[in-house]
Design a protein around this ligand. Structure first.
Ligand code: CP
Ligand code: NVA
Length: 320
């Protein structure tokens, strides 16, 4: 990564395939052990004495709660700050904020509407910085999505996923994951809302099998999973026009019927029922959206242990 030894997680591409897989394995191991195994974790509180700063300049339900609860369950502590409650709200620089927070906490999660703020924070922080969503990407979401797919359908390698809707931040992280986890990804977006070109070029250069189309049926034909997201992300202002463009990209029963018979439906949430997905699909038997939300907690525990657990971090989540 850019800053040498500090274990930042700004994007999926920052980590190699082996490390990403280990993170998911540790997260899944901890999840499995919590669920009724007789033997305790090794050690039970891997993040004892550690503190996580969670800095939010945009609203959040899942990201905030999953990081806060996750670090506490691992024995650590969390401080949640909204930017407006900090001196950032009165103009203190990210550069100084990074250097100060680094003296108090052991890692920082940032959700920001300014992608450059994440880069600045990572550049000036001496502790790991984790991307909790920017307008450009949402990598922690995709860790949970991979975990969820694999729990339901086994290894994702060689499978086919379809993204339908806005070529947004979540789509970008999924595209990077296609390279790292070696699955085929087909994306159907309106011509005016395509996936990030640089991300697509990076992924293709790194072996991702991508199909870009404007036809939702072409994207989902025979796919093992259909994913979508809100038509109006937090960083998007021109809502009315987007909704007209995205109207043909609603995931409904007819579109699900074009995918594999047992295809999963995933959505990072929050959902807007009747816009990007019908109630029938969202509430239907193929939808795993709440497993997906839960897995934010488990996948991020793997990530926190990677970031803070020391050189020997992969032993966590295994039997003593
Ligand atoms: N999916 C997700 O990141 O949700 P929040 O905005 O609630 O954190
Ligand atoms: N694409 C959405 C994801 C929310 C978790 C947004 O950026 O608002």
């Amino acid at each position: 990564s850019e800053s040498g030894a500090v274990r930042h997680f700004l994007d999926i591409r920052d980590l190699d395939a082996v490390t990403l897989r280990q993170i998911l394995d540790v997260g899944a191991g901890i999840k499995g052990m919590q669920r009724g195994r007789a033997r305790p974790l090794h050690p039970a509180k891997p993040l004892e004495g550690r503190a996580l700063g969670i800095l939010l300049s945009r609203p959040s339900t899942r990201t905030r709660v999953s990081f806060e609860v996750g670090v506490r369950q691992l024995g650590g502590d969390a401080v949640v700050l909204s930017s407006s409650d900090t001196q950032i709200g009165r103009g203190e620089s990210i550069q100084d904020t990074a250097r100060v927070l680094s003296r108090f906490v052991d890692a920082i999660v940032l959700r920001t509407g300014r992608t450059a703020s994440l880069r600045d924070l990572a550049r000036w922080s001496s502790v790991p910085v984790i991307n909790g969503l920017t307008p450009q990407s949402h990598p922690v979401q995709i860790l949970a999505d991979i975990m969820t797919f694999e729990e339901h359908r086994g290894p994702i390698r060689g499978r086919t996923l379809a993204w339908v809707g806005d070529g947004n931040n979540v789509a970008s992280s999924l595209i990077e994951a296609a390279a790292r986890f070696d699955f085929t990804l087909r994306l159907a977006t309106p011509p005016q809302l395509p996936p990030n070109k640089e991300v697509v070029a990076w992924a293709r250069a790194n072996g991702a099998k991508l199909l870009l189309t404007h036809d939702p049926r072409e994207a989902v034909a025979g796919a093992d999973c259909i994913l979508t997201d809100t038509w109006v992300s937090m960083s998007d202002e021109a809502a009315a026009e987007r909704i007209i463009l995205l109207e043909p990209y609603r995931v409904d029963r007819a579109l699900m019927a074009c995918a594999a018979r047992d295809a999963l439906f995933m959505h990072c949430l929050p959902a807007h029922i009747g816009e990007e997905v019908t109630e029938e699909v969202f509430e239907g038997p193929q939808s795993v959206v709440f497993d997906e939300a839960e897995n934010r907690l488990h996948a991020q525990k793997g990530l926190l242990v990677w970031a803070l657990g020391g050189e020997d971090w992969t032993r966590f989540g295994k039997e003593p």
